[in-house]
Design a protein around this ligand. Structure first.
Ligand code: SAM
Length: 228
């Protein structure tokens, strides 16, 4: 399968069955046990990133690009803390849901600014570029291009999360219990941490902070890198 096919499949998935599934996982309504586990794991990832940025004490001064923002799980709390957030996603349905949630939570439609856009076509310049749990949909070669493009948009910092390619996860994936459930219709790609770090470094970034979220069905390595 080539990368263009991956992207078309991902877009269609997040505008159809994937939208229904992930809207529920990224919500607070009733879900099954596996989905609840993934919800909790993902929330830990979001909380780790918000924790880092809040600790720095300058969130309200930052412009942030949330690439592949989904339903705004990160963008909305960042905007609540005063950051200026540009939130975009390849899926119209996810963006619509994000807009609605932002309006309900924040009572305005100005910040975050939402847009339907794939991250490869993003332009502009932001203090911090964040991309959580998106790379899992793409093979390493394509992920390298995406990371390089995101680096070109970041004035100072980039934060990425991805499912790390470890022996345990590779095995889990082989036996089919990674991202389980009837709506499992996209491929999940694991990425070697060393490969991700290499591409960040080749774009002039150096790793500052790392975190790892692990629940039963959810695994995510988070890396923060700044321009060196
Ligand atoms: N980052 C969000 C979060 O952590 O809550 C959403 C994560 S969700 C697993 C993956 C998201 O990436 C989906 O909303 C999907 O539509 C989006 N996505 C996938 N490929 C993309 C691309 N090439 N450009 C922009 N968004 C993309």
């Amino acid at each position: 399968m080539n990368a263009a096919d991956d992207k078309t499949i991902v877009r269609e998935y997040f505008n159809s069955t994937g939208f229904d599934r992930w809207k529920r996982i990224y919500g607070d309504g009733e879900v099954n046990k596996v989905q609840l586990d993934i919800r909790n794991g993902h929330q830990q990832t979001v909380d780790s990133v918000i924790g880092w940025l809040k600790n720095d004490g300058n969130l309200a001064e930052l412009s942030i690009c949330d690439a592949g923002c989904g339903v705004g799980s990160l963008s909305i709390p960042l905007a609540t803390e005063g950051a200026k957030v540009y939130a975009s996603d390849i899926s119209e349905k996810m963006v619509e849901e994000g807009k609605q949630r932002a309006l309900e939570t924040l009572g305005n439609a100005e910040n975050p600014t939402f847009a339907v856009q794939d991250l490869e076509s993003l332009s502009g310049s932001y203090h911090t570029v964040i991309c959580l749990d998106v790379l899992i949909h793409y093979p390493q070669e394509k992920a390298d291009e995406m990371i390089s493009h995101l680096c070109s948009l970041a004035q100072s910092r980039i934060i990425l999360s991805f499912a790390p390619k470890t022996c345990a996860l590779t095995l889990l994936k082989k036996i089919g219990s990674f991202f389980p459930g009837p709506s499992k219709t996209t491929r999940a790609y694991l990425h070697r941490e060393a490969d991700v770090i290499k591409i960040l470094e080749s774009n002039g970034f150096a790793i500052q902070r790392k975190e790892f979220t692990k629940t039963r069905f959810y695994f995510s390595r988070i890396l923060e890198a700044t321009r060196s």
